[in-house]
Design a protein around this ligand. Sequence first.
Ligand code: AMP
Ligand code: ZN
Length: 114
Amino acid sequence: MSKPTCIFCKIVNSEIPSAKVYEDPDFIAIRDIQPQAKTHLLVIPKAHFDHLDSPGAESVTVKIIAVANEVARLEGLTAHGYRVVVNTREWGGQTVAHLHMHVLGGEQLRGRFA
Ligand code: AMP
Ligand code: ZN
């Protein structure tokens, strides 16, 4: 198989460094390089799917929420609360075409939906 060019595949394969906070056989979680909240994590499936609704992505879309909750718990976000976001395609604001879930918290979050 040819080498992946996707930046998150490279992070999953440790070809480029990241601040990893969690790993299991199917997922990693890393700190976002441009945090939009005091705590801003990305839950990234090791398998590459472009989008939330890509063919086959159902195999990770259910589990990714459980991982997000676990990572939030590990980061101490549970008591006060946190937000999970999956930006999808261009109008949804997705900039990296490798399915991932944002976990934001650690402070009172501003805004709500847009
Ligand atoms: P999205 O815009 O929803 O596709 O989210 C992509 C996120 O990946 C953005 O919040 C970026 O700041 C973040 N990001 C891009 N490159 C890296 C990297 N090398 N390490 C950590 N986060 C990154
Ligand atoms: Zn990828």
